[in-house]
Every structure is written in structure tokens, then in C-alpha cells.
Design a protein around this ligand. Structure first.
Ligand code: NAD
Length: 495
């Protein structure tokens, strides 16, 4: 695939080199930023409103495009997990942008008085956004909404593995914004590589941990700050006192969405040893209820492409050879060989050496790992890279508090899965191997703004009294005050 950006008049550039074409787009956006470095609230709201209306007007086309890319994606999933969250996010920033944009007064301190001290939130400039294939609308537009609310311009690199959606987004965005305002770029790894080497003012990358490292190295060359939204293995721990049927039902819902191709899908379950069999039965019953058939069931999403399907099958072969017990949940016993759909597979008796336990699954396979004490379950999580999400099922608030305090994860959800990503008013982002930085909520607005500290001095200039020659009366008075404040007031034994 060669580089292609959607210009407002929909003409493609014939430039053979992605670098040149991309640099030209960036230079145009940078020039536009310089011409309007601090867009007012009305401009920002107009940009958000355009997107809001376009999502409503193109709902059906977007649903169809995503379904084309997946060879079948449940329309309700695209509606609920892609379009609705972006509409909600627009409404969120619309309502709060005035407050978020306001400068904030800060403490001046005795040394600076009289002066006004404040933080101003300034747009960074041009934000680059790199998008994966699994939620190709939401993961493109959700960072875009935050970037636009904070007054930036943006270039989006959509995924080559969701080309129908990428093309449609390109057309829609080109119809809404000038190319120097927001633009969409398509292409494969060559374009992605050139894109991430651009000297953006901020780069948001959503994708795998491995590619995240490459992207961060490329950004480092320009000292471009990055928000890395990566993957990982998100655990779900069930406490022995929690009703196992209820846990299974809630986990089955989360794991069934997009056939497990979700960054925050429960990757594996830590289940009390005595409840493993009951969990499998309850999960199977819940899955059967949600998806009575698979093959012709439009509600059950397929795997995005053959490569991903082969990867998942390889994982299963590796587990089978290693001695794992695999339980395929295919309620109507559908023939799936000639489709890209896969049954949901529960994996028991797995070991640490197996791919299902080492690598992010990102599909409809769920290892169930038996544990004997909560301590052991917490230890298992803490021995591994920090996950993007952690799910804990327990009505006991004290124990939930212990799990939250003793584990690290990008986000967490108690007694459910996935809901933390839907909450607009909290930050979303990983930690350690699952990423860095945040978007969503006020933190998202701050991510895309420079918090510029400003001190404003008035007509009275204390330095003219206090400054050199230092032996003057005013300076001696200040020294005496400082002595009183600090030297004479030692903090009594900090230990
Ligand atoms: P990926 O890392 O393969 O690709 C993501 C994007 O990076 C694509 O646009 C691709 O073109 C680009 N890319 C590929 N190689 C590149 C390179 N060498 N340099 C620069 N850019 C490059 O990921 P994917 O397969 O599209 O998505 C699946 C992964 O994304 C999973 O690991 C999943 O957990 C993660 N993910 C994370 C989140 C999150 O919010 N944290 C959300 C969705 C997906």
C-alpha cells in the first residue's frame, strides 16, 4: 500500500515517497497552528459538532464498513463500542471545555509576592494518532476528540487491516475538515514507520507492546512526547465467596465482545481451585445464551483476518501439544472451517511455558488458572508485566481494596469487565508494559495541552528594595522572616 491522505477535494497525491507526502501534510498543519495557536472555544466546539453530526449521518455506513473488514462484526458492537463512546466523549468535552480551558490560579508564596501565579493550558499543536484494527472507529476518533477539545490539529494513521473503515473515515474527515485541520492517512508498515518519525507535538499510538517500543524509539529522535495505549494480559480474579454463575455470566459478556479481540478483554481467569468446573459450566451456559449459534449469527464477530486466525490456532496447537484441556464452546456445532469465525475455547491445565500463558491472546480463548489463596493470585499477577486492566469479583469491599492496592494495572473494574473504558470521567491508559499516559476525561484534555506555568509581576517591584547591594534593610527584614519561618521551626523528628 502506498501513502494516501484524503484531501478536502478527495484528490490523491501521486508523490511516490510517503515521507515527503506526510511531511507536506504536517508542515501545512504546523503553519495553520501558527496562524491560530489558541483556537477559541467556539472553534473547538464547531470541530466537535461536525464530528458529532457526521457520526449520526454515517452510522449505517460505518457499521457496514467495520463488518466488511471483519467479514462479520455485530452491528450492536459497532454501535455500542465504537460510535456511542465517541458521541459520549464529544458531549463530555462540549460540556466541560470552558472549565478545562480556564487558567488556574496557583499559590505565589512569600518569595514572589506581589505576583499572580497561574497555569495556562495551551494547545500543543499537531497530534499524530496511530490506530489499530480492532476498534477502528473509536480508537481513531476518541483520541481525536480529546485533541480537538484541547485546541489541536491532528493527523490520523488508520490501520491497514481495517481498510474499508479506514477509507470511509478518510472520506468523512475530508468532508468535515480542511486538510490542515484534521487529515487521515492510510497505508501499511512503510507509511506507519514514516508517520511515527514525523516531529509531531504529541503522538498517540494504540497497538501492540512490541510495535509500541519501535514507535517510542522513533518519537525519541524528535523528543515527541508519546501516549502509548498498548496491550497485555488482563486478569480476572474470582474470589471464592463470589457467586460463580454470576462471575461467569459477566466474564462471558466481556470476553464475547468482538470475539475477544479487545485490548481490555479478560485474557485469563484466576479461579478458586474448587470452583473451576462450576465456572466452566456456567461460562458455557452464558455463552450459549448469548450466542446460540455461531456460523450465521450476525451477533458473533469473526476474526479480523487469516493471519490473526492462524496465530490463534497456533496458540491452541501449542497448548494441546503441551497437554492442556481445551473445551470448545460451539453451541449449535456449526461448521466454521470455511469462515473466519472461531468458537470460544476454554483452556484448562495450561502451564507457564505455553503461548496462551505467555502472550496476549486477543481472541476467543480463555485460560482458566486454578489458585488456592488470594495471596497466590496476587503474587501471580505481580510476577508478570503490568496489565492494561484488572477485574476482581468480590462483594467484600475490604478485600477488593487489598487487591487494588497490591496490584498495578492501567485500570480496574470490580465485579464486572470492560466498564472502566466506558466511564468518560476517568483516565484511560496502561502502565508499564501496557502503556503510558492517558486520554479520556480531564486527564485527556491535559494530555493534549501544555500546562504552562506563568508568573505575572505588577507595578511594584520588590527587587528594587531587596536587591543588591544585599546589606540593605529590606533584605535583612526578609532574611529575618525566612529565619523565623524555617530555621527556627525545625520539623520535630520526621521518623
Ligand atoms: P499493531 O501494533 O500491529 O499496529 C497498530 C498500528 O501501528 C497500525 O496502524 C500499524 O500500521 C502501525 N504499525 C505497525 N508496524 C509499525 C511500525 N514498525 N512502526 C510504526 N507503526 C507501525 O497492533 P494491531 O495488531 O493493529 O492491534 C492489536 C494490538 O493493539 C493488541 O496488542 C491490543 O492489545 C492493542 N490495543 C490496545 C488498545 C489500548 O487502548 N491500550 C486498544 C486496542 C488495541
Amino acid at each position: 500500500m502506498t501513502a494516501l491522505a484524503y484531501s478536502a477535494d478527495h484528490t490523491d497525491d501521486e508523490s511516490p515517497q510517503p515521507e515527503e507526502r506526510l511531511m507536506r501534510l504536517l508542515t501545512a498543519q504546523q503553519a495553520a497552528c501558527r496562524a491560530d495557536p489558541m483556537p477559541d472555544r467556539a472553534t473547538r466546539i464547531r470541530r466537535l459538532d461536525l464530528l458529532h453530526n457526521a457520526l449520526l449521518d454515517n452510522r449505517e455506513r460505518l457499521i457496514a464498513a467495520v463488518s466488511t473488514d471483519f467479514s462479520n462484526r455485530a452491528a450492536a458492537e459497532t454501535e455500542l463500542a465504537e460510535i456511542l463512546p465517541v458521541l459520549e466523549s464529544i458531549a463530555y468535552y462540549r460540556k466541560r471545555s470552558r472549565r478545562f480551558m480556564k487558567s488556574r490560579r496557583r499559590h505565589a508564596g512569600l518569595t514572589l509576592m506581589p505576583a499572580r501565579v497561574e497555569i495556562r493550558y495551551q494547545p500543543l499543536g499537531v497530534v499524530g494518532i496511530v490506530v489499530p484494527w480492532n476498534f477502528p472507529i473509536m480508537l481513531a476518533l476518541s483520541p481525536l476528540v480529546g485533541a480537538l477539545a484541547a485546541g489541536n490539529r491532528a493527523m490520523l494513521k488508520v490501520s491497514e487491516f481495517a481498510p474499508a473503515t479506514g477509507d470511509l473515515l478518510g472520506q468523512i474527515i475530508a468532508g468535515l475538515y480542511a486538510e490542515d485541520e484534521v487529515t487521515v492517512v492510510t497505508g501499511g508498515v512503510e507509511v506507519a514507520t514514516a508517520f511515527t518519525k514525523l516531529p509531531f507535538d504529541h503522538l498517540v499510538f494504540t497497538g501492540s507492546t512490541e510495535v509500541g517500543k519501535i514507535v517510542m524509539r522513533a518519537a525519541a529522535e524528535n523528543l515527541t512526547p508519546v501516549t502509548l495505549e498498548l496491550g497485555g494480559k488482563s486478569p480476572a480474579i474470582i474470589h471464592e465467596d463470589f457467586p460463580i454463575d454470576e462471575a461467569a455470566r459477566r466474564i462471558a459478556f466481556g470476553k464475547g465482545i468482538n470475539a475477544g479481540q479487545v485490548c481490555i478483554a479478560p485474557d485469563y481467569v484466576l479461579c478458586p481451585r474448587a470452583h473451576v468446573r462450576a465456572f466452566c459450566d456456567a461460562f458455557a451456559a452464558a455463552f450459549r445464551k448469548n450466542y446460540p449459534t455461531l456460523r450465521d449469527n450476525a451477533d458473533y464477530t469473526a476474526i479480523i483476518n487469516d493471519e490473526q486466525k492462524h496465530r490463534l490456532e497456533e496458540c491452541l496447537d501449542d497448548a494441546r501439544i503441551g497437554g492442556a484441556t481445551l473445551i470448545a464452546l460451539n453451541p449449535a456445532d456449526d461448521e466454521l472451517q470455511d469462515t473466519r469465525k472461531m468458537p470460544m475455547i476454554l483452556a484448562l491445565d495450561t502451564t507457564d511455558e505455553m503461548m496462551v500463558r505467555r502472550e496476549e491472546i486477543f481472541g476467543p480463548i480463555l485460560p482458566i488458572i486454578a489458585y488456592d489463596s488470594l495471596e497466590e493470585a496476587i503474587g501471580y499477577i505481580n510476577d508478570r508485566p503490568r496489565p492494561l486492566a484488572l477485574y476482581y469479583f468480590d462483594w467484600d469491599k475490604g478485600r477488593a481494596e487489598t487487591v487494588l492496592n497490591r496490584t498495578h494495572s492501567g485500570g480496574a473494574c470490580i465485579n464486572d469487565t470492560m466498564s472502566q473504558a466506558v466511564a468518560d470521567d476517568i483516565p484511560f491508559g496502561g502502565v508499564g508494559a501496557s502503556g503510558m499516559g492517558h486520554y479520556h476525561g480531564e486527564e485527556g484534555f491535559r494530555t493534549f495541552s501544555k500546562a504552562k506555568g506563568v508568573v505575572r509581576k505588577g507595578r511594584i517591584d520588590p527587587i528594587s528594595f531587596i536587591g543588591p547591594p544585599w546589606n540593605n534593610l529590606a533584605f535583612r527584614a526578609v532574611k529575618a522572616v525566612q529565619k523565623l519561618r524555617f530555621r527556627r521551626r525545625r520539623i520535630s523528628d520526621p521518623n
